[in-house]
Design a binder for this molecule. Sequence first.
Ligand code: B12
Length: 221
Amino acid sequence: MSDELFAGLRQAVIDGDAPAAAALAEQVLADGVPPLDAIDNGLVPGLSYVGEQFGLGELFLPDMMLAARAMQKAMAVLEPELAAQAAERKVVGRVVIGTVKGDIHEIGKNLVGMMLSTSGFEVHDLGVDVPPDRFVEAAKEHNADIVGVSALLTTTMAGQRTVVQALEAAGLRSRVRVIVGGAPASQSWAAEIGADGYSEDAIGAVALARKLMGVGLVAAG
Ligand code: B12
């Protein structure tokens, strides 16, 4: 039953039990369960719970670190299957993505990058703690259509505005679209900083990127 698997994955993340998370992810593949369902219904809810409990002071930084590691181990098992679905798609557009300077949260950004890639985008992931100039250089280097900027902290979200400004200063803004995401971001924040769009999750990010490229919602075959 997928529901049991999802509950197990959620609990493995909450417990910070990386071996259990990886083993359950293997089970997901063996049972033919879509990896994205396992991520959305098992792994992400587990991590969200840990985040909430951390916010309430019930869990601590080491718990959050262990939970993140368990999630990443499971993702590493699921990723090749997600990537396989992307094989032989024609390129819809080129995306440069990264997490802003001062911020090391990467799980959501990685998921967005992975989903864009499985949906036919050529994705260049700059990693975490990325200075604005690096976004600009990479946008030039890869002739990016879209720059995706992730921020998970209220203290680092201003970095998304800095990236928009840096692209403007470099004269790239007219041909590069900017999309933003991460827990503190919102549609109104995107509008305020002059970004071209916001999405609250990876599926929405794909729809947004496709819309900005002027292609329909159904993935090109
Ligand atoms: C895991 C985690 C960590 C891990 C990160 C590990 C890693 N390798 O990524 C570790 C333990 C390192 C960590 C550290 C810290 N964290 Co932390 N962390 C989290 C946690 C629990 C989960 C984040 C996550 O991965 N979620 C799962 C993914 C799938 O979701 P997501 O990131 O939101 O991404 C989705 C969307 O946002 C969107 N998206 C994301 N990026 C983008 C980009 C684009 C372009 C688009 C379109 C969409 C998009 O799509 C994604 C997929 O659906 C959150 C809690 C939470 N609810 O967010 C706290 C949280 C973000 N952390 C928090 C804090 C305070 C910290 C620390 C400051 C703690 C400390 N005292 O040191 C440090 C900061 C370190 C730093 N300088 O960055 C706070 C932030 C509070 C605030 N308002 O600023 C939170 C909210 C916890 C809390 N409730 O207090 N953290």
